[in-house]
Design a protein around this ligand. Structure first.
Ligand code: SF4
Length: 384
């Protein structure tokens, strides 16, 4: 196992100084890298669902239906470490929930051991958090973490209140949520100042599509190194929300590209726009995204180079939110074997296209289902 160089006192959350920095040229979560180097999709990434608890109930939550008020014990981490050891090409892990830091026990007994494992093995880690809880728990994790991924869809505390507690089922007071909003911003800023790579994700939906540039400005002010942008898809809690048209979405992305701070990495994902599109406007946007400096379009990892493991049941999913039942269980199988079985599944084979000239490996299942029902991606090609 490689050793690593400890960061400086001034930036205690910086990654080891001899590690290759994450950048538009180096995004180990993008499945196009392993597809290009191995000629087929490989398992390089494992995501863990570490909790179903959360202090928020966002109206768009992609796992909202699985959130609970109490939860069972985790499966022993020894089993997980053994399964991770077996993943030959492992490059990244992601930790998600719920809010992974909701319970201090989870922080100490689950998050820290997994993050330390990743550091010792030389692989990159991401934590998906709302960073609304006390700073001390994030400070514990940050020295071992590569990417703190937060959601940010707001221009003011009132947006946060309306979006973040829409599904709480009780009356949450605006002055209470305003304090959480302030704490989230302060935490993101302090972690960034400490050298942590904070990546803020916004979703383009009916609330945000016409103010995404204002959201971007706040993300830049918080010191985030990356702004990640995804359309909202009708999964779980989001399934009842109004949809926007593809044209509205395209206009929103164009406005963001016109307005953005060029020093901040913009990462787009799960866009429904492809180089094989019949629409010249959509192909134009795809070309623009490829040409803009400091802008990347990440192919979706789910089922391409990543599986999701539920840390309570050991079940293995190909995505943490699509309505596909578990594909295996860590108690019985190697993760590489579960992943290989998924690669032969008709659902995966139907969208397993690849156009190297467009750095594209097809739509994900949700994009395909929402915008391209009946399309035959295996017979499409990028249009020059
Ligand atoms: S890889 Fe698939 S989705 Fe992407 S441009 Fe080619 S055919 Fe279209």
């Amino acid at each position: 196992m490689p050793g690593y160089t400890y960061p400086s006192v001034a930036a205690p959350f910086s990654p080891p100084s001899d590690w290759k920095p994450l950048s538009p040229a180096y995004d180990p979560w993008d499945p196009i890298r392993s597809l290009s180097s191995h000629g087929r999709h490989m398992l390089t990434s494992v995501e863990f669902t570490v909790t179903h608890l959360c202090n928020m109930r966002c109206e768009h939550c992609a796992v909202g239906d699985s959130l609970t008020m109490t939860e069972a014990p985790h499966i022993p981490l020894d089993v997980i470490f053994r399964r991770l050891d077996e993943v030959e090409h492992l490059e990244t892990i992601s930790l998600t929930g719920g809010e992974p830091t909701f319970r201090m026990e989870t922080v100490k007994e689950i998050l820290l051991p997994l993050l330390k494992y990743a550091r010792e093995r030389g692989i990159r880690s991401q934590l998906n958090s709302n960073v609304t809880l006390d700073y001390e728990r994030y400070e514990l994790i940050a020295p071992y973490l590569d990417v703190m991924h937060i959601s940010f869809n707001y221009t003011r505390a009132q947006d946060f209140h309306e979006v973040g507690f829409a599904k709480s089922g009780r009356n949450v007071r605006p002055d209470t949520t305003a304090k959480l909003y302030e704490r989230m911003i302060n935490n993101a800023r302090r972690l960034s100042e400490g050298g942590l790579f904070v990546s803020a994700e916004s979703m383009i939906n009916y609330r945000t599509y016409n103010k995404i540039t204002d959201i971007h400005d706040l993300i830049v002010e918080m010191g985030c190194k990356r702004h990640e942008v995804h359309p909202m898809y009708p999964s779980s809690f989001a399934s009842g929300l109004p949809a926007i048209t593809r044209d509205q979405m395209r206009a929103s992305v164009e406005a963001l590209l016109d307005h953005r701070n060029p020093d901040v990495w913009m990462l787009f994902g799960t866009l429904p726009f492809f180089a094989c599109s019949e629409s010249p406007e959509e192909r134009g946007l795809v070309k623009r995204l490829m040409a803009e400096p400091n802008v990347t379009v990440r192919n979706d990892p789910d089922g391409r180079n990543r599986v999701n493991v539920n840390l309570f049941s050991g079940d293995v999913y190909v995505t943490d939110f699509a309505a596909i039942p578990p594909f295996g269980n860590v108690s019985k199988e190697r993760l590489d074997d579960v992943f290989d079985r998924w690669q032969n599944h008709p659902m995966q084979r139907a969208i397993n296209c690849h156009c190297p000239e467009a750095s594209c490996c097809g739509p994900n299942l949700l994009v395909n289902d929402m915008y391209y029902k009946g399309a035959d991606f295996m017979n499409r090609r990028a249009i020059p």
